[in-house]
Design a protein around this ligand. Structure first.
Ligand code: SAH
Ligand code: SF4
Length: 409
């Protein structure tokens, strides 16, 4: 994921409780069944459990409560019991960066899970656009997959995030954006002009391979889409995978979310090098899993991500091969300018080449938006191509509007 690093003054918001070395569990992000079990453990009568879960979820997700005392329709003695046995702690915000274009990045520290876990840190990015606010979340600390162009793959420490740690990223973002009724957004924040939610879309495109942590990603998605909780549409949640073929069908069946595939190459020898998991699950098997993805239709297309690497995968012959390869699959192609990092052997393709590549795809009838790098410093990293970016962004917008008119989301 391209991450911005420009900074601006932090906005003043009411402080949210932070996770600490507390042994009490936080109820924030806890899946419904686990919360029900927790309440049973406190001795609540079975007939009350469903109602109490709904009440707690309302306060946590709809109202953004940071303390049990705010839960005015929960009896005082129950609030006291809850407060002695649990917390509403969020992960600690280690760093918050705000780019001039409104993109926000948080580095979050998850509470330690034991003596060997030194407080895992993950990144989470908020990208506001005119018609949506997208939050890019992490599913793992680091990644085991070592794609040769990806910085995350070089990180040594790796562990899965549990479902609550995934959901908590959304809660922190909403806390910081003031995305609750009656709260004021921070100064300079994007405010949806239709009165909609600040965080309307979720993409699993932060750190980690979501389908190597499928169980927790399924459970987290359940919390995100629950009609009594965060109430996000499953069509506004996209899970991006490097191609863990056996987990693709089960993801669609269990969650109904949108799928993105990090393709990046049109033939196996190159993909083996760029995305080494390809040696296990080659392109033909991956594309078959895509054709079989539950619920696939022209209105629910798969996004194919293609990182633009200069002289590696960016020839026009490859653009034509890409079109051919995806024939028959309801698809969108998302071109990602490579975001360089210290020590990488790759360079971002020249902007004119990205544009030509995009045109081949566009002419073949595909929407081929170029993922515009968000945040000032990222633009600088990819070659300071602001004016071209603006033009391309306008074109991407046009294509998107066409898609929306067709009923795609
Ligand atoms: N592991 C998952 C999701 C996280 S990566 C996956 O690989 O799909 C999210 C996206 O960012 C992927 O498409 C990934 O290939 C891309 N990416 C990784 N490093 C990048 C870089 N340095 N520049 C541009 N895109 C990158
Ligand atoms: Fe990076 Fe995704 Fe590859 Fe992991 S699977 S190394 S996060 S691109």
């Amino acid at each position: 994921m391209s991450l911005p690093s420009a900074t601006a003054p932090q906005a003043a918001l009411p402080p949210a409780p932070r996770a600490s070395a507390d042994s009490r569990p936080s109820l924030v992000g806890m899946p419904r069944a686990a919360l029900a079990d927790f309440l049973r453990g406190l001795g609540l009568p079975e007939k009350e459990i469903r109602m109490r879960v709904a009440q707690l979820w309302h306060w946590i997700y709809v109202r953004g409560a940071g303390e049990f005392d705010a839960m005015t329709n929960v009896a005082k003695h129950l609030r006291a019991t809850l407060a002695s046995a649990s917390t509403l702690a969020r992960p600690e915000i280690v760093r918050e960066q705000v780019s001039a274009d409104g993109t926000r990045k948080w580095v979050l520290r998850m509470p330690s899970k034991g003596p060997l876990d030194r407080g895992a840190e993950v990144e989470c990015v908020y990208i506001p656009e005119r018609d949506r606010g997208t939050l890019c979340v992490s599913s793992q600390v680091g990644c085991t997959l070592n794609c040769s162009f990806c910085h995350t793959g070089t990180q040594k420490l790796v562990r899965n995030l549990d479902a609550a740690e995934i959901v908590a990223q959304i809660v922190v973002a909403r806390d910081r954006l003031g995305d609750y009724p009656g709260r004021l957004p921070p100064e300079g924040a994007f405010v949806p002009d239709d009165g909609g939610r600040f965080v309307s879309n979720i993409v699993f495109m932060g750190m980690g391979e979501p389908l190597y942590n499928a169980e927790n990603v399924h459970a987290a998605t359940g919390v995100l889409t629950d009609p009594e909780g965060l109430q996000l549409s499953k069509r506004r949640i996209t899970v991006s995978t490097s191609g863990i073929v056996p987990e693709i069908g089960p993801l669609g069946a269990a969650t109904g979310t949108m799928l993105a595939i990090s393709l990046h190459a049109t033939h196996d020898p190159l993909r083996d090098e760029l995305v080494p998991i390809n040696r296990k699950y080659p392109i033909a098997e991956l594309l078959q899993a895509c054709r079989d993805y539950p619920g696939l239709s022209n209105a629910r297309r798969i996004t194919f991500e293609y990182v633009m690497l200069k002289g590696v995968n960016d020839s026009l012959a490859e653009a034509r091969a890409l079109v051919k390869l995806l024939r028959g699959i309801p698809a969108k192609i998302n071109l990602i300018p490579f975001n360089p990092w210290p020590g990488t052997r790759y360079e971002c393709s020249d902007w004119s080449q990205i544009e030509r590549f995009s045109e081949v795809i566009f002419d073949a009838g595909y929407a081929s938006p170029i993922r515009t790098p968000r945040g000032r410093d990222i633009l600088a990293a990819c070659g300071q191509l602001k004016s071209e970016t603006e033009k391309l962004r306008a074109r991407a917008r046009l294509m998107l509007e066409e898609q929306l008119a067709l009923g795609a989301d």
